[in-house]
Write a protein that binds this ligand. Sequence first.
Ligand code: RAM
Length: 331
Amino acid sequence: MTLFAKLAVGTTLGLALLTGAASAENIKIGLVVKSLGNGFFEAANKGAQEAAKELGGVDIIYTGPTTTTAEGQIEVINALIAQKVDAIAISANDPDAVAPALKKAAQRGIKVISWDSGVNKDGRILHLNPSSNELIGNMCLKLAADHLPDGKGDFAILSATSTSTNQNTWIAEMKKQLPKYPGLNLVTTVYGDDLADKSYREAQGLLSSRPNVKVIVAPTTVGVLAASQAVKDAGKIGQVYVTGLGLPSEMAGAVHSGATKQFAIWNPIDLGYSAAQIAYRLVKKETDGKPGSEINVGRMGKIKVGENGEAAMADPFVYDAKNVDEFAKIF
Ligand code: RAM
């Protein structure tokens, strides 16, 4: 580009006149989610759209399968390759199964990152965690202990799918850190696949087959909502508590009914915003995203990629009867 063209870029007119239609095309970022219809991902999309608006010349293609399967995501990835997107930012239903399709995308010059739920190292440039995995694991245990008298009793985990990278990582962290909470006894882990009805049935199953379980910990926004509904419908409020990771907008009712006292989450809008920012910076070659690099993420500041090729956004926050309504208006 000539100096004159460079100066002209930035005014729409100059861009159209001097660089032609092809390069005036917007940068296309495919934001692939575990499944459509999940409020958490809808909030993340809000943030991604915000980043696109701020950066200018960016289209976010919000997409995902209708159910939380890797097969569904592979189809979506192939469709994005055919659309010739510039970047794919995926929250994966399986760390391995989606990798070959993502490698194909990378071979065609598409910048691939994972966020929220990771893809194995060879399938992406970097992975953006919402927060430190260790911290999330500890927080889930602390929330469970805080719902029990003297922090003592049986609890069960209601997770998303059994192949979900983020939930599996957090559950592994919970198991690792359990010795810090000697009163807590983990009896079982069940999977609701981030589907409202399956999660509800799994929670019902826990209530009937595990009468000693006093707390259900669901490290998924879909699971925690379904479990609190199941506890309420079973008339077990005050006997069994539900906690974990939830959206204030979805969990306000559960807090007010007493099905949960507290739950946690990071800001999903910020997470989607950050994922879109990172994808954009990679497309623009402002960063290579390699371990050790620092990436500009707009209003979120800078994010550093660790030696393991992963970065973390911010700490989770705890919601209870005092603050849930205020945040319910946001996400
Ligand atoms: C669900 C999804 C998502 C997870 C949140 C906490 O919406 O499983 O991946 O990060 O819960």
